[in-house]
Design a binder for this molecule. Structure first.
Ligand SMILES: [Ca+2]
Ligand SMILES: [Ca+2]
Length: 261
């Protein structure tokens, strides 16, 4: 019994070497009480060997179709080819991973560039808007000074009509924010309305801000609300740094418009 078992093991080993992955079903003869005669064992072994030979041939055909002969040198060549193919596959996988990382990096760059582009477009629109304002007020003949255009009227009107003239042109009566602007506006050498008005016990500018004591240029003893009817601000003693006066809104004065750009 040892000899047939050994033969089958050898055959299985051969199949394993050929290694095509095909599963084989071989009935291994066993000695039992019912099958203990030598002829029965020989017959069973013969069938097993025949099955094994058939499978062996089939495997050889498959090996032949796959381009490999199954002698040792051919097998070695097949293994070499397989190893080379595995190395190439590994290299390809590395390249795929590297390309994936590059792709992610490029996508991040594209996203960053899109954000930059949107910011530049926004900036361009702002600049275009400012340029349009520049062109428009230059065409009006207004004077540019430190971020604003100014209009110095050549006729007189009350405070509200003066303001209406300015707002109809996208501007408002001048808001004097600092000493530079105070000096610039008094250079007109005319009594002129500015955008300052009394609001209860406070003075406010037409842009809604309250008059700051740091940028306040009232003439001495002003505002005095003379006759209890002076509720608008004007440039008055224009030769002095402190030159403002409060006056009745209905007085006819020159006026100064300002358009910030
Ligand atoms: Ca101003
Ligand atoms: Ca006054």
């Amino acid at each position: 019994m040892t000899s047939p078992r050994w033969m089958i093991l050898v055959c299985f080993s051969l199949i394993s070497v050929f290694g095509t992955g095909e599963s084989l079903t071989i009935i291994v003869p066993e000695i039992s009480n019912e099958q203990n005669s030598l002829p029965a064992i020989i017959a069973q072994m013969s069938r097993a060997i025949a099955d094994l030979n058939a499978s062996h041939k089939k495997l050889l055909v498959q090996q032949s179709r796959s381009g490999c002969n199954c002698n040792p040198s051919s097998l070695q060549a097949c293994y070499s080819q397989r190893n080379l193919a595995n190395r190439r596959l590994s290299s390809c996988n590395s390249q795929v991973r590297s390309l994936g990382a590059q792709r992610s990096s490029l996508l991040r760059q594209v996203s960053g560039l899109r954000s930059q582009y949107a910011a530049v477009v926004k900036q361009r629109d702002v600049l275009q808007g400012q340029l349009n304002v520049f062109v428009r007020y230059q065409n009006y003949g207004w004077k540019y000074y430190r971020g604003s255009f100014y209009y110095f009227s050549t006729s007189k009107a009350n405070w509200q009509a003066s303001r209406n003239y300015c707002t109809a042109r996208g501007a408002d009566l001048v808001v004097i924010n600092d000493a530079f602007e105070n000096n610039f506006t008094r250079e007109v050498k005319r009594i002129a309305w500015i955008g300052l008005y009394r609001s209860g016990s406070n003075w406010r500018w037409v842009d809604g801000s309250y008059l700051s004591s740091r940028a306040s240029y009232w003439a001495p003893k002003e505002p005095n609300n003379s006759g209890n009817r002076e509720d608008r601000g004007e440039i008055w003693l224009y030769n002095n740094i402190e030159n403002w006066n409060d006056a009745p809104w209905a007085d006819a004065n020159y006026w100064i418009c300002e358009k910030k750009v």
